[in-house]
Design a protein around this ligand. Structure first.
Ligand code: FAD
Length: 548
């Protein structure tokens, strides 16, 4: 297990001193002497602290003329993330007010030359898993400070919104709903920034139809690793545009994005049903994602050795047939839950039930296990936040999250399921395991994201939470060991699996990840960030080490 903790500046910013209280009867001059020596000591401590702190900070950085500011003191909060396993302290946090602030800072660091170790990481909402938005002794750019442009909506036949890349998707949802519009493609959780998800892909149950979020962007404004501010799109600087999408922050910092919108529905029929046969489950999933007229959202998850499963759902889902559902025993079996959603508007309430019935009729789920719910569109999209609030209240949100996300070719998904579900993994008590297919035709192979070479591939996401300091099956070490066993199995069985939100620490593993696309990735890096300043937390390139 690799856990990196660098706490030096913590010590420097918190000098702790205990003073003995002078006796009340002490004569005044002695009091004066004590106070004077205390003040001298305090001043020398402050002077020592300043000189220690600033000795690491290039003086030129202190004098940059910015609309926002660089903070050299409060840096601890950007040295952690959702994964809760890596803590890399930066030198400074940039709170930019303008795109120019970021450009000036990057240009300046570039001018320090290849031998300065200072790097720059954009930080969206810090929901990375392994320190990807951190920069050890570098500058972290707090993208959420960049509030301009304020969201600008454009209607017409192909509506879109221009947003700052530090904007959270949840805010875009709320604002766009005021115009009866919404983005087409989502992630399951919306408290993530535009720049953060576009640097990966942004996948959820709408991706089978619309592609990932990176397939739904018309234009970007990017600050490259050279400090140039460049507008790019399909038709303008198209190589930079495609490089940055899914580019793991390697080629530029996204400052603005133009995101495609569609009319937003009012409500959602949200449906879950169970399967005990993996073949039938995947056949139905694949049938649904291939159909023209189908659900608007298609996902699924695996349940291994769970008891009381249906009780957990009862608060939000009602069984279609309560009597039959109450007789269904989930205990011990490996089950597969198909989760689908159909959007509708208020005017369609009479016909939507018939429509849903028609879409469900060809499916082969266990008939007693059909569960339905009806929620607003916003509540549906923001569903994970409800769990976040509950987990936070129990202190279970800020725990280590050793997640593993895999993209698996369709032809290998059965071999994968055989080897992993119920075998390497004997229960799902550490967190959900999502599994759903997407259509490759909706992905653009000019972007930087790496996906399997088949027309259909599955996202399988092991979303584990570790119990802090546990040494048992819920502990971090055990979960990391299980993840490694899954990855080893994929490799030895030659499944052609690609990691999503990839994490490697050696360049040879990155090369294997990119495969034949490695050379193009390196070429793009040398074109847009030749000094390898950007996104060091991905550990793909190291500053001042030659390309290989
Ligand atoms: P950060 O963690 O801040 O940054 C991520 C990476 O992008 C870093 O390398 C950073 O340097 C870089 N970066 C950030 N902003 C910019 C920018 N403006 N320009 C260039 N580079 C930038 N992903 C999915 O696809 N589908 C899901 O359903 C999904 N669900 C999730 C649920 C939860 C609860 C969590 C915690 C994560 C989920 N993710 C999902 C993963 C998520 O999309 C990524 O972790 C994403 O990077 C987080 O966004 P962020 O704003 O927190 O980015």
């Amino acid at each position: 297990m690799e856990v990196k903790v660098f706490h030096l500046p913590l010590l420097l910013t918190h000098p702790v001193r205990k003073m003995r209280k002078p006796a009340a009867s002490s004569p005044q001059p002695k009091n004066f002497l004590v106070i004077r020596s205390f003040l001298l000591l305090l001043l020398s401590c402050i002077a020592a602290k300043l000189s220690l702190c600033f000795s690491n900070i290039p003086s030129s950085l202190l004098t940059l003329s910015l609309d926002g500011h660089l903070n050299f003191d409060e840096v601890q909060h950007v040295a952690k993330d959702f994964g809760n396993q890596y803590q890399l302290l930066p030198l400074a946090v940039l709170h930019p007010k303008t795109v120019t602030d970021i450009a000036i800072t990057i240009k300046h660091i570039g001018q320090m030359g290849p031998h300065s170790e200072i790097t720059v990481a954009a930080r969206g909402h810090g929901h990375s898993l392994q320190g990807q938005a951190q920069a050890y002794r570098g500058v972290v750019v707090n993208m959420k400070c960049l509030r301009s442009p304020i969201m600008q909506f454009h209607g017409g036949k192909s509506p879109y919104v221009d947003v700052s890349a530090g904007e959270l998707w949840i805010n875009i949802l709320h604002e766009s709903m005021k115009y009866g519009l919404a983005p087409k493609s989502w992630t399951d959780y919306l408290h993530l920034t535009v720049g953060g998800t576009l640097s990966n892909a942004g996948i959820s149950g709408q991706a089978f139809r619309h592609g990932p979020q990176i397939s739904n962007v018309h234009q970007l404004e990017v600050i490259t690793g050279k400090g140039d501010v460049v507008k790019c799109s399909e038709n303008q600087n198209e190589d930079l545009f495609h490089s940055v999408l899914g580019g793991l922050g390697q080629f530029g910092i996204i400052a603005q994005a133009r995101i495609s919108l569609e009319p937003a529905p009012d409500k959602v029929k949200w449906i879950r049903m169970l399967y005990s046969d993996f073949n039938i489950f995947t056949r139905d999933q694949e049938y649904l994602i291939a159909s023209e007229n189908t659900f608007d959202y298609i996902e699924g998850f695996v349940i291994i050795n769970r008891t009381g499963l249906l009780n957990n759902w009862r608060s939000s889902f009602s069984p279609q047939d309560p009597l039959q559902a109450s007789q269904f025993e989930s205990d011990g079996q490996t089950l597969f839950c198909l989760e689908v959603a159909k959007y509708f508007n208020m005017g369609q309430t009479d016909t939507i039930n018939e429509e849903v019935e028609r879409l469900l009729s060809p499916l082969n789920y266990i008939s007693s296990t059909l569960f339905l719910s009806e929620v607003s569109y916003i509540d549906f999209l923001d569903r994970v936040h409800v769990s976040e609030v509950k987990l936070r209240s129990k202190g279970l949100w800020e725990v280590p999250h050793p997640w593993l996300n895999l993209l698996i070719p369709r032809s290998k998904i059965h071999r994968f399921a055989e080897g992993v579900f119920g075998n390497i993994l004997t229960d799902t008590s550490n967190g959900p395991i999502l599994i759903y297919p997407v259509n490759k035709s909706k992905w653009d192979n000019r972007t930087s994201v790496v996906i399997p070479e088949e027309d259909i591939f599955y996202l399988v996401a092991f979303l584990s939470s570790a119990v802090p300091s546990s040494t048992g099956t819920g502990g971090l070490d055990h979960i990391l060991y299980q993840n490694k066993r899954i990855l080893d199995f994929c490799e030895s069985a030659h499944l052609g699996v690609k990691q999503y939100l990839p994490h490697y620490t050696r360049q040879e593993d990155w090369k294997a990840h990119f495969g034949p696309r490695w050379e193009a990735f390196v070429r793009r890096k040398s074109a847009y960030d030749p000094l390898r300043i950007l996104a060091p937390g991905q550990r793909i390139f190291q500053k001042a080490v030659p390309f290989s």
